[in-house]
Design a protein around this ligand. Structure first.
Ligand code: ZN
Length: 109
């Protein structure tokens, strides 16, 4: 079982900032920005290539909007989803990074 499924099952602690019936969001333990939140669907799927047409993943962006408001970063934040090892995905449970709190350059690396 991957580490995010263990967090969902409360087998591993995390600093949870948002939760509803579909998604869980918590602070990244290795933040790359002052605000770095991971938003994950509660049902396991490896990455974007695996998402069904309907399901928990649909709620990720909605959660991002709510969290951005909650953390007062609505004026500037970025959502990143790395899909596959060569794109920097290291945990193979679909997750979106919400980054904020500093200037974010474009294009991303
Ligand atoms: Zn998982």
């Amino acid at each position: 079982m991957d580490i995010f499924c263990k967090i969902i099952n409360k087998e591993i602690p995390a600093e949870i900032v948002y939760e509803d019936e579909h998604v869980l969001a918590f602070k990244d333990i290795n933040p790359v920005a002052p605000i770095h939140i991971l938003i994950i669907p509660k049902s396991h799927m490896e990455n974007l290539n695996d998402i069904p047409e309907e399901g928990d993943h649909q709620y990720i962006l909605n959660a991002a909007k709510i969290i951005a408001k909650q953390l007062n970063v609505e004026s500037g934040y970025r959502i990143v989803i790395n899909c596959g090892e060569s794109a920097g995905q290291t945990v193979f449970h679909l997750h979106a990074h919400l980054l904020a709190g500093r200037e974010l350059s474009w294009p991303p690396g």
